[in-house]
Design a protein around this ligand. Structure first.
Ligand code: 6PG
Length: 247
């Protein structure tokens, strides 16, 4: 069992409401920090609607873009413009239109291999943070967005893989993916993802019901091991709720 004591489940009607709620949570976290803000984005398709919403006239003016930095929790080791690239989706949906280029921190997929990309991203995170060790007093990220895959993976931390057990490195290579797309990955590790004020999972649609049933039963899955040192929120829409779920 992987107990997740500080997890809170928030249920909304549909993906549109989910994107709105996530946008508002992010904006509240930005407002709570008067200095430099760091947000770690998730890959996959779940955050697309949220990303697009952040670029709309209703939300764009609410974000002080100059002081917000955008990172990514995992990347597929494919060229920057590849349709499978996580950062490419975020760039297209909102970053290229809204964020100063120097505030966008992609995983360097121009590296020789995923191990080198992981090392380079780790150095970038350490230099942004200004120290080689994460401390609880000063979390790395204000918000970490995450999703959950059909096998219970989160970021590119797949069940049973050594990357899940990594406690020293901030970023690791994942030579083989457990689900599609079957390309090597680079992923932040659990301690790095957990160094945040808020971790916000998003899952929607009936296709997520089976894995959420396992997650909420407390199975030892990477998505259950991921938790923030602050608040951990699972933002779900009604269709994703397991049948036996009771609030
Ligand atoms: C990735 C992800 C991954 C994703 C989940 C959920 O690179 O694939 O970061 O962890 O968040 O697999 O994916 P969906 O949002 O597409 O369901």
């Amino acid at each position: 069992m992987a107990a997740n004591q500080n997890r809170r489940i928030v249920v909304v009607a549909d993906p549109a409401a989910q994107a709105k709620t996530a946008a508002e949570r992010i904006i509240a976290r930005i407002a709570a920090n008067g200095g430099r803000v760091a947000i770690c984005l998730s890959g996959g398709s779940s955050p697309k609607q949220l990303f697009e919403l952040l670029a709309t006239e209703a939300y764009r003016p609410k974000i002080p873009w100059d002081r917000v930095h955008w990172f990514i929790g995992d990347e597929r080791f494919v060229p920057a413009g590849d349709p499978h690239s996580n950062i490419a989706m975020a760039r297209k949906a909102f970053l290229d239109q809204c964020a100063p280029p120097a505030n966008v921190h992609p995983i360097p997929v121009d590296s020789a291999d995923p191990a080198e990309a992981a090392r380079r991203y780790e150095s970038e995170l350490k230099s942004f943070y200004g120290a080689d060790m994460l401390t609880r007093e000063r979390p790395l990220f204000d918000v970490v967005l995450l999703g959950v895959g059909p096998d219970g993976h989160t970021a590119s931390l797949f069940p049973g893989y050594p990357a899940v057990e990594e406690t020293t490195r901030w970023v690791t290579e994942v030579p083989k993916a457990n689900v599609e797309p079957f390309v090597p990955r680079v992923s932040l590790t659990l301690p790095t993802l957990g160094s945040c004020r808020e971790m916000l999972f998003e899952a929607s649609g009936s296709g997520k019901r089976a894995i959420l049933t396992r997650v909420f039963a407390g199975e030892d899955l990477p998505a259950n091991r991921a938790h923030s040192q602050g608040e951990t929120i699972w933002l779900l829409d009604k269709a994703a709720l397991p049948e036996n779920y009771r609030e």
